[in-house]
Every structure is written in structure tokens, then in C-alpha cells.
Design a binder for this molecule. Structure first.
Ligand code: 13P
Length: 255
């Protein structure tokens, strides 16, 4: 059975000193923890230094974004998949709803990024999907999820043991302290897996895909997510900024 993913998204919360201090705490606290795959995603700017700290630990490094080209004179300010791999990353978050909201990222752009990362082969993409409150209220959730998956994964071919993680993050549940009801999360994850079956085929889904949940997870509500069959892990924002809190989340989900 695959290990569950417990992914910390530190977003743009921490300065350099805070980032390095938290990375050290993660390394100490998770020494010997082998029941799950723990990933930390700091700011791009601090990846190399966090990688140095995490050397010799079980914790993997992830980035919060990437560009879709490998190299070029026309891409001022961007960072390629290969650059992230060189910095020590093994994972990269793609199409987070905050980027969709503030930077107008859409699923055409996200698809380019997913393709580039899959092609590069050194990084595992964490592809974010999730409905808005309006879409939820108008009962369009299932349709929206299927459409986002179809667009994000259009033209993707997965080879061998390559992994793709789909992160289901209902936009209205992010940073609100109200997580989705576990039964509802379980249902949404079933819809996502069924849609994936149609898009890439059942075999690839069971071999190459994981579906994780994100949105206001904390040490209290995580327990009700632990027994859900279709939840392969968690993407954690706020609760990943405090080591004790995040450790409790990780322990509860792997049980
Ligand atoms: P919160 O856990 O703070 O709701 O953030 C979730 C998230 O956006 C992780 O990517």
C-alpha cells in the first residue's frame, strides 16, 4: 500500500529566519517517522537553504509553483522544472486556487505546467482542483471538478511508475477553519477517481495517481479524515506552520 502524503504548504508566510528555524524543527520532529511521505513547500527563494537543512532526513522538498518551459531568454522572473530539481525539489504544487485567484492562472496554463513537469520526470506534480462557494451552492461541484481535471490533464501521458497527485481543495474551505465534512470529501474523492478513470484509464489511476484533500485541516478535525478510504493524504496550510500541530496532523492521518 502506498504511504499517505502529508504536505506542508507554507505559502508566503515565513521570512528566511523563520523558514530555516521551522525546517530544522521538522527535521528533528520527523526523525524516524516512516509511516507517511512528508513534504515541505517553502518559498521558492529559500528552497536551496531548506534543502541543505533537510539533507539526511526523510522529509522531501516541494515548490509552490513552476514555469512550463525548461530554458529561454523570454521568461523573465520564471523558474523551470529543471531549476527546481537542481534546488533539491521532488514535488511541485501546480494551479493552487490562490494563484488562480490573484494571478489569473487558468487550466490552460496549469495544463502546460503539468505537461512540463511530467516531461521533466524529476518532479511529482501536485495538481490543485476545487470548486468555489458559488459553484458549490449551485450544485455544479461535480461538473467543475471533472472539467478542471480534463483540462489540467489534457494530453498527459504517464510512464512507468511516475506519480501525479491531485489535491482537492474546495476554495471556500481554505483558511477558514471549516474543513469539508469528511463524508462529503470522501464523495468528492470518489468523483475525482471516477473522472480520472475516464481520462487516463483505471490502470493508470491505481498505479500512478493519488488524490489528497486540502482546506482547513487541523489536529482536531483530521481524525475524521483518517479512516476515509479514498483519501491518500493531505495538503495543509495554516496548521503546517506550527510543528506540534503539524506533527499531530501527520500522526493522525497515518495512524
Ligand atoms: P489551510 O490549511 O490554511 O486551509 O490551507 C490549505 C491550502 O491551501 C493548502 O494548499
Amino acid at each position: 500500500m502506498l504511504k499517505k502524503y502529508i504536505i506542508a504548504n507554507w505559502k508566503m508566510n515565513l521570512n528566511l529566519a523563520e523558514t530555516l528555524s521551522l525546517a530544522k524543527k521538522f527535521k528533528e520532529k520527523f526523525a524516524g517517522f516512516n509511516q507517511g511521505e512528508v513534504v515541505v513547500c517553502p518559498s521558492t527563494l529559500f528552497l536551496i537553504e531548506v534543502n541543505e537543512i533537510l539533507k539526511g532526513s526523510i522529509i522531501k522538498l516541494g515548490a509552490q509553483n513552476v514555469f512550463w518551459e525548461e530554458v529561454g531568454a523570454s521568461y523573465t522572473g520564471e523558474v523551470s522544472p529543471e531549476m527546481l530539481a537542481e534546488a533539491g525539489c521532488r514535488y511541485v504544487i501546480l494551479g493552487h486556487s490562490e494563484r488562480r485567484k490573484y494571478l489569473s492562472e487558468n487550466y490552460e496554463i496549469i495544463n502546460k505546467k503539468v505537461r512540463a513537469v511530467v516531461k521533466n520526470e524529476k518532479l511529482i506534480p501536485i495538481v490543485c482542483i476545487g470548486e468555489s462557494l458559488k459553484e458549490r451552492k449551485t450544485d455544479r461541484r461535480d461538473f467543475v471538478l471533472v472539467e478542471q481535471l480534463e483540462q489540467a490533464l489534457s494530453g498527459i501521458e504517464v510512464f512507468g511508475d511516475q506519480r501525479i497527485i491531485i489535491a482537492y481543495e474546495p476554495i471556500w474551505a481554505i483558511g477558514t477553519s471549516t474543513a469539508l465534512e469528511p463524508a462529503e470529501a470522501e464523495y468528492a474523492h470518489k468523483i475525482i477517481k471516477l473522472a480520472l478513470n475516464d481520462i487516463v484509464g483505471m490502470q493508470a489511476v491505481s498505479k500512478n495517481f493519488s488524490v489528497i484533500y486540502g482546506g482547513s485541516i487541523n489536529s482536531k478535525n483530521v481524525k475524521s479524515f483518517a479512516n476515509l478510504e479514498d483519501i491518500d493524504g493531505l495538503l495543509v496550510g495554516g496548521a503546517s506552520l506550527k510543528i506540534e500541530e503539524f506533527y499531530k496532523v501527520a500522526k493522525s492521518i497515518v495512524k
